[in-house]
Design a protein around this ligand. Sequence first.
Ligand code: COA
Length: 170
Amino acid sequence: MVLLREWDPADAPDLAAAINNINVLRNLRDGVPYPYSVPDAEDFIRSTLNADPNSVYARAIRVDGKVVGSVGAFRQENVHHFSAEMGYYLAEEYWGGGIMTIAVREAVGEIFKTTDIARIFATPYSYNAASCRVLEKAGFVFEGTLRKHAFKDGRFLDMNLYAVLKEGLI
Ligand SMILES: CC(C)(COP(=O)(O)OP(=O)(O)OC[C@H]1O[C@@H](n2cnc3c(N)ncnc32)[C@H](O)[C@@H]1OP(=O)(O)O)[C@@H](O)C(=O)NCCC(=O)NCCS
């Protein structure tokens, strides 16, 4: 069973085990430490617990009592105040089982129900077919390609812009 719940400091070892993997990190933004230690996970969990819940949505993904990943959404600023950017990852041994599709659907439903956010978007690297597919299965619409929108590991990368609107769901 896939369950989303708030982070707990006791999740730090599971979180570190999930994200301390170059196959996960190469698909994320830069800035996440590698190797990723348990103290790094403790820092992350502490910061999410101290964050303003109106601006930051952060949940641990639990499967059979174990934390196997993370899903979050971050309210944007200024004229983008009613938009939030979503990000997520899963421990590699759990890939391909439909877990993230369930997690993203649940997270989107909870955010639209409990906040005034009107739009949730995500920008996976265009090559990341699994992430694009997760978003499509969770009801996001492909809005276009952001050409060479990222520079990572020495090369420019296109990103795909996906979004879901509250008015489309509720
Ligand atoms: C991307 C990620 C979250 C997907 O999680 P997951 O639980 O494996 O995803 P799901 O099983 O719910 O769905 C994956 C879908 O992608 C498809 N897929 C996987 N690899 C694919 C590939 N190389 N080409 C095309 N489709 C692919 C699967 O077949 C599945 O679609 P289907 O149900 O129609 O068959 C996970 O792989 C991950 O954490 N990757 C590293 C971090 C990352 O990329 N985060 C997202 C950053 S935007």
